[in-house]
Design a protein around this ligand. Structure first.
Ligand SMILES: Nc1ncnc2c1ncn2[C@@H]1O[C@H](COP(=O)(O)OP(=O)(O)OP(=O)(O)O)[C@@H](O)[C@H]1O
Ligand SMILES: [Mg+2]
Length: 302
């Protein structure tokens, strides 16, 4: 499957530019869309899921324009919205049967599809419990199950791990990894850890613009030599944190052990450490993108 996004713009009423000239190619495996709150992730996903129309630009799925061939494209995709809710009085199994019927299944095929997807997401044991008794993680997995009914080739998943505990987050990540063997999965998140171990390709959105696309490793490379470790006294923390981005602070024997991104502050002993994706994301958004946005603001003021 080949998804081609060309010069996509989305302007909501009130002159809100949610997407600005976004072009992107996505094919096989798991693709991670990363960006802070309000970056435009949900807007892009809704357009891909054919639930929103772009203001301009186009999206092609295997060469077909999704705005024109909406019905055909819809039948090949599954979508888990950011705020997924299921009927609380239904059991997990009843809910999936309901979705299955909407997808045109009946009889034996419906029963098989419901069972298969409950097993896939690890909810078979709790299938007869009412949805209102499910935990956040179980509900999110039910959301994946409903997106899988119809056996889509493309799975669009918006912020699936927000609010999940670490165990559920890992479970969810593993579930998506298994599914990505025979599907394209587009996953949005503002949590770097969600994509660091699973996505071969990522894109970063900031203020509606695509500011990076490529392999996670090449983003990490850009932060090489910019990540530091230092121990400081509490009274120096304010000054350091004004000049560098603090990734973590660990109290050790009355002092603070800091992980920092940026240019080192004079007069403090700091050692460079190898960057990880979270450091690189921070470096990129604060420095590379920050400068770009400031430049743009300058141009607009002129
Ligand atoms: N229906 C709408 N009408 C007007 N503005 C909207 C609408 N939906 C989104 N926006 C605005 O568009 C921008 C992008 O929003 P979007 O929800 O796509 O971001 P996001 O990256 O998904 O954010 P989050 O991480 O908080 O989910 C924001 O400024 C938002 O306020
Ligand atoms: Mg969103």
């Amino acid at each position: 499957m080949q998804i081609t996004i060309r010069n996509l713009n989305k302007v909501y009423s009130g002159d809100v530019y949610a997407l600005r000239d976004v072009s992107l190619d996505i094919s096989e495996g798991m693709f991670g869309l990363l960006g802070p709150n309000g970056a435009g992730k949900t807007t892009l996903m809704k357009i891909l899921a054919t639930l929103e129309q772009p203001t301009s630009g186009e999206v092609l799925v295997d060469g077909e324009n999704i705005s024109v061939r909406r019905r055909e494209v819809r039948s090949t995709l599954g979508y888990l919205p950011q705020f997924f809710g299921a009927y609380p009085q239904m059991t997990g199994s009843e809910f999936l049967r309901y979705i299955g019927r909407l997808c045109g299944f009946s009889g034996k095929a419906l029963k098989e599809s419901v069972e298969e997807n409950l097993i896939r997401v690890g909810l078979f044991e709790v299938r007869d419990r009412k949805v209102k008794t499910y935990s956040g993680g179980m509900l999110r997995r039910l959301g994946v199950a409903q997106a899988l009914v119809g056996n889509p080739k493309l799975l669009i998943i918006d912020e699936p791990t927000t609010g999940l505990d670490p165990e559920e987050r890992i479970r969810f990540r593993n579930l998506l990894s298994v599914l990505s063997r025979d599907k394209v999965i587009i996953l949005s998140t503002h949590i770097v850890g969600d994509i660091s171990s699973t996505c071969e390709n990522i894109a970063l959105l900031s203020h509606g613009r695509l500011v990076f696309r490529g392999h996670p490793e090449s983003l990490v490379d850009q932060a090489s030599g910019k990540v530091w470790q230092a121990a400081c006294d509490e009274e120096d923390f304010g000054m350091i944190s004004e000049q560098m981005n603090v990734i973590s602070t660990i109290p050790v024997e009355g002092r603070l052990l800091l992980r920092l991104v940026g240019e080192p502050v004079d007069g403090f002993e700091m050692q460079t450490v190898p960057p990880n994706l979270e450091d690189a994301y921070m470096h990129f958004m604060e420095n590379v993108v920050g400068e770009h946005v400031e430049e743009e603001a300058g141009v607009m003021e002129d």
